[in-house]
Design a binder for this molecule. Structure first.
Ligand SMILES: NC(=O)c1ccc[n+]([C@@H]2O[C@H](COP(=O)([O-])OP(=O)(O)OC[C@H]3O[C@@H](n4cnc5c(N)ncnc54)[C@H](O)[C@@H]3O)[C@@H](O)[C@H]2O)c1
Length: 472
């Protein structure tokens, strides 16, 4: 009897909760041959300067509420509007920036309320931190409405969506920036500087991961009234019926910048394989024993625990990306860059120019020598603003957000442009396709339409221009 009830709940729940949506997505995502004529080259594009940057945020859950505080802590930013389908999330978000001097208009009336926000004529930048399926539709609509876009990862979940954002950005001449904060954090900017100065010689290979245990730690499956603590139902559903690297951007971003992908080199093709799932399925079974909420998930086919994707570039370099959010192991993101003269490897951070790792003092001296102006300048801004203060938690101010606003205010090119957003996102559907075909080779589209051969380097780590935006 219990089993029958479970079967019914499972079917009803799967349909109602949209769990089936992800299934067969890989088959629906066969790369189409697309004759894209670049309407305008957005790489290096300088939009008119903005004295103040007026922002509307869509999705103020876990990530969006943090970004709200980070943006509100930057000089000359006005938080004009907030949108979320959950009014309580917007209320909490507003409380979190009390005292910052913003009085945003609220949009909470249904799944499409973000359209009203985008339709306003007093917003410069629309920030998107919703579940993944809304990112491309909101980004396209916002650009069509004359707004620049700052989206969380990924910019789109299908190849088609990646092309849509590229085409819309080119046609509207609006920036579409995908925030992979990993490119500014930790050692990334320092190693990028070393790469550009030839320390590692000709680059040969890079590795980046999204290894982040979301399944096994304490509290991972606790539920509050809307969500699970530390985990989101929509994000769990993304792991059903899909199999590939679902979140490549954090690990790939720094490697792509070091390898000049989209401006000097480009991805040529990839192959991808996944293990079976050994933890998600059993976890659902265990949870469903005590909580009917999880019964719809029991017996479903979950993404393999670890996915490994290998990419070859036109210059003959290789990249290995791994994704695993369901094995009990320490986390890892940007992992390694290796060249004809040396190697940098993370966890622990170390450098070698021979078979031996360098001594710690030598490593520290290199870090000091190669820390670029963008990193030093941001650290100075944080300390000028009083460092980490109680309610304004400066540890939540990110260099990437600061520099985004700085570039918009100074009319500078984006450090990660729409081509980077599309390329770093398309790895997901292409990896799913390769996995579905037992690791077959899949060609990677060139979103720059050949401009990668002449595009100049992105990310101005020496702050040749701008850098004059302060924190408050
Ligand atoms: N860059 C990073 O380091 C980083 C870190 C965490 C999350 N993220 C990304 O941020 C995004 C959001 O993740 P999260 O963990 O905050 O998820 P979340 O579930 O906590 O937040 C999503 C929010 O979107 C709202 N929402 C859902 N549908 C909506 C709609 N139609 N209109 C308006 N609002 C809607 C939800 O109510 C919720 O408040 C994801 O893309 C995730 O990958 C990035």
């Amino acid at each position: 009897m219990k089993n029958k009830r479970r079967d019914f709940i499972k079917l009803a729940g799967m349909a109602g909760a949209g769990i089936i949506v992800g299934s067969d997505r890989a088959l629906a995502m066969q790369p189409k041959v697309r004759d894209h004529m670049q309407a305008f080259n957005m790489h290096g594009f300088r939009a008119p300067k903005l004295d103040r940057v007026r922002v509307g945020l869509v999705g103020v859950g876990n990530r969006g509420s943090g970004t709200l505080i980070r943006l509100a802590s930057i000089e000359n930013v006005d938080i004009v509007a907030l949108c979320d389908i959950l009014p309580q999330n917007v209320q909490q978000a507003i409380q979190s920036i009390e005292g910052f001097g913003h009085s945003p208009t609220i949009y909470t009336d249904g799944e499409d309320a973000w359209k009203e926000l985008c339709d306003r004529d007093d917003i410069d930048l629309v920030y998107i931190a919703t579940p993944w399926k809304y990112h491309a539709p909101i980004a396209v609509y916002a650009m069509e409405s004359g707004k620049h876009v700052y989206t969380e990862l990924p910019v789109g979940v299908t190849l088609e969506e990646c092309w849509q954002v590229v085409e819309t950005s080119e046609r509207t001449k609006k920036h579409c920036y995908m925030g992979s904060s990993s490119c500014h954090e930790g050692m990334s900017a320092i190693v990028l500087n070393m790469v550009r100065q030839g320390f590692f010689g000709e680059l040969v290979h890079g590795e980046g991961n999204y290894i982040h245990d979301r399944v096994n730690g304490p509290g991972r499956w606790e539920r509050d009234e809307n969500n699970w603590f530390g985990y989101r139902p929509w994000r769990l559903k993304e792991n059903v019926g899909r199999n590939g690297n679902l979140y490549p951007q954090h690990g790939l971003g720094p490697v792509a910048q070091m390898m000049d992908l989209n401006y000097g080199d480009k991805m040529d093709y990839l192959v991808s394989i996944s293990s079976n799932d050994f933890t998600m399925g059993p976890k659902m079974k265990e949870l469903a024993e005590n909580d009917p909420y999880f019964e719809p998930y029991e017996g479903l086919k979950f993404r393999g625990n670890i996915n490994t994707t290998l990419i070859r570039t036109n210059k003959g370099r290789t990249i290995m990306l791994q994704h695993d959010i369901s094995s009990p192991r320490p986390g890892s993101r940007f992992q390694l860059i290796s060249g004809s003269k040396g190697i940098y490897q993370a966890d622990p951070a170390r450098i070698a120019t021979s078979e031996e790792w360098m001594k710690e003092e030598e490593f520290k001296a290199l870090v000091e020598k190669f820390t670029p102006k963008i990193t030093k300048s941001f650290q100075e801004k944080v300390s000028q603003a009083g460092g980490i203060k109680g309610g304004r938690s400066y540890e939540r101010v990110a260099a990437s957000d600061w520099r985004l606003i700085d570039c918009l205010r100074n009319g500078l090119p984006m450090e990660m442009d729409v081509y980077d957003a599309a390329l770093w996102s398309v790895v997901t559907p292409l990896s799913e396709q390769s996995v579905a075909q037992m690791g077959n080779t899949v060609k990677v589209p060139d979103f720059t339409s050949g401009s990668w051969k002449s595009n100049k380097r992105g990310m101005d780590i020496h702050l040749a221009e701008g850098g004059n935006t302060n924190l408050i």
